[in-house]
Design a binder for this molecule. Structure first.
Ligand SMILES: [Zn+2]
Length: 51
């Protein structure tokens, strides 16, 4: 079972790792919007990396 990672390519930092079985892209986008507001507010390029 693979995992997805939330990654900020502006900070060059992994923000979190999630089991792809339980976390859809929609859910990860919600996590990005709710938990990584600082990167979003500063206009960073936050992406979802697949296995
Ligand atoms: Zn960032």
């Amino acid at each position: 079972m693979g995992s997805k990672e939330i990654y900020c390519s502006t900070c060059k930092k992994k923000l979190g790792r999630y089991n792809e079985k339980y976390f859809s892209d929609d859910r990860l986008n919600a996590i990005i919007a709710n938990n990584h507001t600082q990167c979003i507010r500063e206009g960073h390029n936050v992406i979802i990396l697949r296995p």
